[in-house]
Design a protein around this ligand. Structure first.
Ligand code: LCS
Length: 392
């Protein structure tokens, strides 16, 4: 692979290695374990004296191809594919936190990431402080002598607030913290946090990377030094690794990532403009719109705004729920980044682990609706929204 190749080319070719069959598509290596030539060879592989596969929880050729590809796209030394996006978040945090440590994260994050920090990590004496990452002084003020990690998503799930990656990386370096960014909403084609100085990038590969709604998976990208702990200690012992079959499906999905992401963005830009102009929509959250606070980062940190839009209707909660039920073409489902357009209600679905008060602090209103704009003809997506808005 040439370093000069564009991401649209790398997404197809990066990470591939010739295989002995000559097959264009790398064969799926669906094996739990690997046979040693001798007892001595087995011992040498466990001791790290000889390269080679041992057991799929420790590494697998299909998984390794996916890891090489994503590492190339994100510009990291290495990557580890995981059983889910939550396994990726967990591995990145557990590798860098222990009892008595403190973590600073943004007020709004995906609901289960919030629950992991506030419920699971809390059980092991790891504290979290959630602050507004738009205000850099608030981040600085939250840092204490035991802070080890700074974490955010950008754009944020569910309301797409955007944070300054250069500034976050610089605060982390100044205080000797590990910075972790969840890049799920962007994919490496639209944003590469490591190029802004971020230490660890994670993804729910369930979303755009796979893109076909048939796999739950995640990926962590970091330096070799970080990966020695993330992959060969934490993931090895916790066991939250990806199935080779799922890695193979994601490799298949990734071949069309560039064309899919372009179409998601084209469609979402038109849908966001339609919603913003509609009298029954009171607020639209999409960084591609000039009215959005994240718009200043377009071009600087994000190439385009992605395929997720949040909005509030000029209606009460009951009518907003009726709108979801009335909407044709869209499936009422959590997740995002699939070919199908999806709609969900964050307060009662993806962000239900938050209490009402915590949601208010995170800016997640009860009326907020979130759509993942799919790959259908945009005229049909807009017609469906228009009809449901008219029926309000
Ligand atoms: N990070 C982000 C930003 C996410 O949106 C999600 C899942 C995860 C991590 C966890 O990934 P998973 O374990 O599900 O692969 N977000 C979801 C959502 O918004 N709707 O359904 C799942």
């Amino acid at each position: 692979m040439r370093e000069s190749w564009q991401l649209a080319t790398q997404v197809i070719h990066a990470g591939r290695e010739p295989n002995e069959t000559g097959a264009l598509v790398s064969p799926l290596c669906q094996s739990a374990t690997f046979v040693f030539d001798s007892a001595e060879q087995g011992g040498a592989r466990f001791a790290g004296e000889e390269a080679g596969y041992i057991y799929t929880r420790l590494g697998n050729p299909t998984t390794a191809e996916l890891e090489r590809k994503i590492a190339a796209l994100e510009g990291s030394d290495s990557a580890a594919a995981t059983a889910s996006g939550m396994a990726a978040v967990s591995a990145a945090l557990l590798a860098n936190l222990q009892m008595g440590d403190h973590l600073v994260a943004s007020n709004a994050v995906y609901g289960c990431t919030f629950a992991l920090m506030n419920s699971q990590l809390a059980k092991f004496g790891i504290e979290v402080t959630l602050v507004n990452f738009c205000n850099l002084a608030e981040i600085e003020a939250a840092i204490t002598s035991n802070t080890k990690v700074i974490f955010c998503e950008t754009p944020v799930n569910p309301h797409l607030e955007v944070f300054d990656l250069d500034a976050i990386a610089s605060i982390a370096k100044q205080h000797n913290l590990v910075s972790v960014v969840d890049n799920t909403f962007m994919t490496p084609l639209l944003q590469q946090p490591i190029k802004h100085g971020i230490d660890i990038v994670i993804h729910s590969a369930t979303k755009y990377l796979n893109g076909h709604g048939d796999v739950i998976a995640g990926i962590v990208c970091a330096s070799h030094e970080q990966m020695d702990v993330i992959k060969y200690e934490v993931l090895k012992d916790i066991g939250a690794v990806i199935s080779p079959h799922d890695a193979w499906l994601i490799l298949r999905g990734l071949k069309t990532l560039d064309v899919r992401v372009s179409r998601h963005c084209d469609n979402a830009e038109k849908v966001a403009q339609f919603l913003e102009a509609h009298t029954k929509v009171s607020k639209v959250y999409y960084p591609g719109l000039r009215s959005h606070s994240g718009n200043e980062y377009m071009g600087r940190q994000m190439k385009r705004a992605g395929g997720v839009i949040a909005f509030e209707l000029d209606a009460d909660l009951q009518d907003s729920i009726a709108f979801i039920n009335h909407l044709e073409l869209f499936s009422i489902a959590v997740s995002l980044g699939d070919a199908e357009s999806l709609i969900q209600h964050p307060a009662s679905m993806t962000h239900s682990p938050y209490s009402e008060e915590q949601r208010a602090r995170a800016g997640i209103t009860d009326n907020l609706l979130r759509i993942s704009v799919g790959l259908e003809a945009v005229e049909d997506i807009i017609a469906a929204l228009d009809e449901a808005l008219t029926a309000l």
